[in-house]
Design a binder for this molecule. Structure first.
Ligand code: ARG
Length: 460
């Protein structure tokens, strides 16, 4: 007869259809280490309250440790009859301790247990995600250090706009990931609250101290309201948002890499180890890592939507709907831990075609703004300068010449503002170096940015 945690008042067992619908052990089994950690803390608090003798506590902890090892080696496994991870582990405890195993359940419920387990699991995994994010940042920063002085065509609307340092562009992605890390660190402050001791919803009449349990589990405080504690999944939804945002940042970087690797751009060449071939076209080298980074963001966004939809309209406190919180969270953790190392590898091994980038940096009259700003420095109103340079661009298009190839006379004919010295600003390195105010693309500013980012990363 399968062992359930709630058999007492039932005459018949559950229908197969219910059992199959209800079971979660096939996915919540990964919470084993956290459930056992919480169980050890709970055992100690029962002992402190005089509900377990010292000798019973010792046997209890021994059995929990033994169970942990048995789970790790695979010697203890959940069966189809175990509803969830809590049920399976109680079975394991009873197998080891007999009736003493049944004492651990006093003063707690699966409702506060699962909320505690999921917080512990996520806090742990978020630390791992942050480490993998730092590796992506590190890869981008290493390339940026090499390419602070590499000019590239800077784009808006995917049209040539103004030349930029390629390092500047790479660091733009680093700033996005740095915000993601900030968000996760901030998320942890709100997640470091222990639900254990809330019981099913109202707390316990037993003299257990949730504050002591919270401390033992590494939380910074115990939940001040037991009803909120078992009903709240904000931490899961917020994590899923932070993760979806990371996914979006990975997707935007992925999209850029797909473009950069194309024949039309030819800005980078991907390393063989991080690109794939075609089963029919022998010449192909495909950016699958970048595409999967882009594609996987879809499920990260979907997981956030699932969670918000489950939570919407739920009355207090615990409802079984909340069991649907775990699969989106687990899938998001797995996805990020899969994608981030691949992206870090792709970025750190890509070779940058600096010659092609620099040669095309001023294509599309990308230095036109520099011309207009020179006229402004000479006292021309920007509106007039913009107009004059606009006419010059049309002249160049019609005559198929570049901005610097127009004769003194023709410059003067286009506009009296266009004196020969305007050609002085028509060079890409000069255009980059001129943007030297805080946040600009001047290579020296890029190096400052890099130093500040490295310091922030090292502080993590
Ligand atoms: N498996 C359940 C979950 O994931 C654990 C809590 C069950 N509580 C209950 N009252 N049925 O939410």
């Amino acid at each position: 007869k399968p062992m359930r945690l709630w058999g007492g008042r039932f005459e018949s067992g559950p229908a197969d259809a219910l059992a199959r619908l209800s079971v979660s052990v096939h996915f919540d089994w990964r919470l084993v280490p956290y459930d056992l950690m919480a169980s050890r803390a709970h055992a100690r608090v029962l002992n402190r309250a005089g509900l377990l003798t010292d000798e019973e506590l010792e046997r209890m902890i021994g059995a929990l440790d033994d169970l942990e090892t048995a789970c790790k080696t695979g010697e203890f496994r959940p069966t189809v009859a175990d509803e969830d991870v809590h049920t399976a582990l109680e079975r394991g405890l009873l197998e080891r301790l007999g009736s003493l195993g049944g004492k651990l359940r006093a003063g707690r419920s699966r409702n506060d247990q699962i909320a505690t387990d999921l917080r512990l699991y996520l806090r742990d995994n978020v630390r791992a995600i942050i480490s993998r994010l730092v590796e992506v940042e590190t890869a981008l920063m290493a390339q940026a250090a090499t390419h602070a002085d590499t000019a590239a065509p800077g784009m808006t609307h995917l049209q040539h706009a103004q030349p930029v340092s390629f390092g500047h562009q790479l660091l733009a992605h680093v700033h996005a990931f740095a915000r993601d890390i900030d968000r996760l660190i901030d998320w942890d402050k709100r997640t470091a609250v222990s639900p254990l001791g809330s019981g099913a919803l109202a707390g316990s009449s037993l003299p257990l101290d949730p504050v002591v349990v919270a401390e033992e589990l590494g939380f910074t405080s115990a939940a001040p309201n037991s009803m909120d504690a078992v009903a709240d999944r904000d931490f899961a939804a917020e994590f899923l948002f932070d993760a979806a945002m990371i996914g979006i940042h990975l997707s935007r970087l992925g999209e850029e890499i797909v473009l950069w690797a194309s024949q039309e751009f030819r800005w980078i060449e991907m390393d063989d180890a991080y690109s794939t071939g075609s089963s029919i076209m022998p010449q192909k080298k495909n950016p699958d890592v970048a595409e999967l980074a882009r594609g996987k963001s879809g499920r990260l966004i979907g997981n956030l939507m699932s969670m918000l939809t489950v939570l919407k309209g739920l009355p207090l406190t615990y409802n079984r709907d909340l069991q649907e919180d775990k699969e989106p969270v687990f899938d998001t953790v797995d996805t990020l831990l899969l994608v981030l190392p691949a992206v870090a590898g792709l970025v750190s091994t890509m070779r940058v075609n600096t010659a092609r980038m620099s040669a095309t940096a001023s294509d599309g009259f990308a230095l036109a703004t520099d011309l207009a700003e020179l006229l402004v420095r000479k006292g021309v109103a920007f509106r007039d300068a913009h107009e004059a340079v606009g006419h010059l661009v049309v002249y160049c298009q019609v005559n198929d010449v570049d901005l610097g190839e127009v004769s003194d006379e023709d410059l003067a004919k286009v506009s009296p503002h266009l004196t020969p010295d305007v050609r002085d600003v028509l060079n890409v390195p000069g255009a980059l170096a001129a943007r030297k105010a805080h946040g600009g693309t001047a290579p020296d500013r890029v190096r400052d940015q890099l130093a500040a980012l490295r310091e922030a990363v090292d502080a993590q």
